[in-house]
Design a protein around this ligand. Structure first.
Ligand code: ATP
Ligand code: MG
Length: 691
């Protein structure tokens, strides 16, 4: 039987799928969509993966990947039980590996086992390899010396803070807010919570007071861990005063622990509520026993980045999540003993949770925490870090790479980047040109590129190449990770599209350990968003093409599709055509209402630093789109803007641009997750020719 999309009310408008709580128009299966994918070049396993004779990749061939993947989806309980015994440490061993399913939203893993995430990430390495560096902390300024924290020292710091939290009366199950800059202290704070079974809710320190307030209230945090100030591109950010403003309307937060990041004497402390971190921890002994947690006890909750609407507070569990983070760090980045791993996201995002903190530390790896930005003081900060620490894995985002590519190749070429074996990308579809730049200029054609597709909800990678085994194609997240059984569905009928050369919406057919278990405090929203749209499947909300080789290509959100006179145009494809042009740095394409065609294409672009806006550029870009996709994709207008509206994690918020081109600027919606709200007015003015 074919799964039919249903809503709570049972209605289903034709040609639409449920995204969140609203129906949106989505693409039908259109074979021409696979064309670009089928024309893409293919790259063999990168030379650096096999360069050292004594270091064989964990998965070293396509056959080995196929065999492992097949077993992981055919016998998930068996496969993941083995992995969970190997990669985690259990206080009480589990006997039930898997229970529940997607249909009922009750999938759960290793149910009767107990463990502690802080023990797994810290203690066991502090006992085995105490002097190994756990964390390298690089501050916002390159002249400030970096800090190295060994596993032995990390255990002390985590225990002392856990002692302080315990002394505040916090017990297993209580929620703690963390609003800290991206420093080693943030990692310590997360692990101290995990040690006591406190559910941490990290809020990215760039968020406003209102955004922080809403998140603290949503999970009823009793304590907030924050800092006096943050540093971003050399500027002080008054984190404590933003927190104070949030706390005025979040009275359930009774205690505030303040890390002295800058020590600015003007920062106000409320003596009845606030205490400095150093003061709070100094009376506690540097050992504190870890609290045994049930496998399915919450480890943390975290909000999605808010690209499409009101952020969802997802809840992740102790064992399933930690296994996903550790397993993917090991296999996707091919981590080996002696590696130095860097994920330059912020701990405020799921990428930071899984690949700065839990994944690398669970494996006992050295992880780098970078507080700064890639382009300040010079657009070479990443490359400097790689050379300085001889980093072996480097994980970043398309948005950062596009920002760096604007400055050309010279800043990269100044550095020796030969230590890097794996370069990762996450957050948005990476356009083939940016992929090629990463491959050719940063990786010199020798490092592996892993374009990892996943979500806050998935906890860990779900589509990704394994660098020692899978041939790559620029722009494709390639193949499913262990435990993930992807399906491409016809958005209208919910019918599964079998075989290759098909396009539709991406869904997953069975549960995997690291998937989020619920939306905090609103399980019905969880079912409504992920499970009910296509019963029996987990619905991602992203469009996807499977090409003739069976490789998967994410085509952006299902609502990021333009219907031009019946032609379904992929926003991601038009944007790739634009950024392929030498003048264009970034592009965001949306559909505007059009009397004749239904929808027409409008493109907003930023230029590389080497080019100034001229009246010819839009014509050149138009030609580039026509040549690469065809006249049907011709943008009706191309508007050169100084910047695109982006979330604080750097994702383009196309929904705002859609409102602008539809003349609905009075209902722009929730802007609290936008990194620079002032660009919105500039874009409105440029669009209306007022500038
Ligand atoms: P919200 O759900 O609130 O709208 P969000 O989806 O941006 O926010 P995240 O969970 O941080 O929040 O992002 C996951 C989404 O990011 C994916 O659903 C997908 O659209 C996009 N994405 C992430 N990695 C990739 C990738 N490698 N290729 C293509 N798209 C990606
Ligand atoms: Mg999302």
């Amino acid at each position: 039987p074919v799964a039919q999309p249903v809503s709570a009310s049972g209605e289903h408008p034709p040609g639409a799928a449920l995204v969140g709580t609203k129906y949106v128009k989505v693409p039908k299966n259109d074979p021409s969509q696979a064309k670009e994918a089928n024309d893409a070049p293919k790259f063999p396993v990168a030379p650096r993966m096999t360069a050292a004779k004594d270091r064989v990749p964990h998965v070293a061939s396509m056959d080995q990947y196929r065999e492992m993947w097949q077993r992981s989806v055919d016998k998930p309980a068996e496969f993941f039980a083995e992995q969970a015994r190997e990669l985690l440490s259990w206080m009480t061993p589990f006997s039930v590996a898997h229970h529940g399913d997607l249909n009922h939203g009750d999938a759960s893993w290793f149910l009767d086992g107990t463990l502690n995430a802080s023990y797994i990430c810290v203690d066991r390495h502090a006992f085995a390899t105490p002097d190994k560096v756990a964390i390298i902390y690089e501050a916002d300024h390159p002249d400030r010396p970096h800090v190295e924290i060994t596993y032995r020292e990390l255990l002390r710091q985590v225990c002392q803070l856990a002692g302080a939290l315990h002394a505040q009366g916090l017990r297993k199950g209580d929620a703690v807010g963390i609003y800290l800059p991206n420093t080693a202290h943030a990692v310590v704070a997360m692990l101290a919570c995990a040690r006591l079974g406190l559910v941490h809710s990290v809020v990215f320190a760039g968020f406003s007071a209102e955004a922080l307030r809403d998140r603290l209230r949503d999970c009823q945090c009793k304590v907030l861990i924050t800092a006096d100030q943050g540093m971003r591109a050399g500027k002080e950010i008054n984190i404590k005063s933003i927190a104070d403003e949030a706390l005025r309307e979040a009275p359930m937060v009774q205690k505030v622990i303040v890390h002295k990041r800058t020590g600015n004497p003007n920062v106000k402390m409320d003596p009845t509520r606030d205490i400095y971190w150093d003061e709070a921890v100094k009376s506690h002994r540097p050992y504190c026993p870890p609290v045994p947690m049930a496998a399915e006890d919450p480890l943390f909750m975290l909000y999605t980045s808010g690209s499409t609407g009101k952020p969802k507070g997802l809840m992740h569990t102790t064992a399933g999540y930690l296994l996903g983070a550790a397993l993917s760090t090991k296999y996707v980045f091919d981590v080996h003993e002696g590696d130095k791993f860097a994920c330059v996201a912020d701990v405020g995002w799921i990428t930071g949770h899984s690949y700065i903190v839990y994944g690398p530390l669970a494996l006992g790896t050295t992880t780098l925490v970078f507080e700064g930005v890639p382009t300040w003081p010079e657009p070479d900060m990443y490359w400097r870090l790689i050379q300085k620490h001889k980093l072996t894995q480097f994980y970043t985002s398309p948005t950062a790479l596009r920002a760096l590519r604007k400055f050309g190749d010279e800043p990269v070429k100044k550095y020796d980047l030969s230590s890097v074996r794996v370069l990762g990308s996450v957050g948005e579809p990476i356009d083939p040109n940016t992929w090629m730049w990463l491959h050719d200029v940063v990786g010199k054609g020798e490092a592996a590129i892993v374009d990892t597709y996943w979500q806050t909800e998935t906890g860990a990678h779900v589509l990704t190449p394994l660098p020692g085994a899978i041939e790559t194609k620029p722009g494709s997240a390639t193949v499913p990770f262990f435990g993930v059984r992807p399906a491409i569905l016809d958005p209208q009928t919910g019918e599964e599209l079998e075989g290759n050369d098909v396009s539709g919406v991406l869904a997953f057919k069975q549960a995997w350990p690291s998937m989020a278990r619920t939306v905090f405090g609103d399980h019905d929203r969880y079912l409504e968003t992920y499970v009910r749209p296509y019963p029996g499947y987990y619905f991602t909300g992203d469009g996807c093409t499977r090409d003739h080789d069976g490789y998967l290509w994410i085509k952006g959100r299902v609502d990021d599709v333009i219907n031009n006179a019946g032609h379904r145009l992929s926003v991601a494809e038009i944007e790739s055509a634009l950024t392929a042009h030498e003048t264009c740095a970034e592009a965001a394409v949306v559909g505007a209402p059009d009397e004749i065609a239904g929808q027409c294409v409008i493109a907003f672009v930023t230029l590389k630093h080497t080019h100034i806006p001229t009246s010819e550029i839009p014509a050149l870009l138009t030609y580039a789109v026509r040549r690469s996709i065809g006249p049907i994709a011709t943008p009706k207008r191309i508007i050169i803007v100084p910047d695109l509206p982006k979330t604080r994690s750097g994702k383009v918020m196309r929904r705002i641009l859609r409102k602008i081109v539809a003349n609905e600027t009075d209902s722009l919606g929730d802007l609290s997750t936008l990194s620079d709200p002032s660009v919105v007015q500039t874009i409105i003015d440029l669009y209306n020719n007022k500038q």
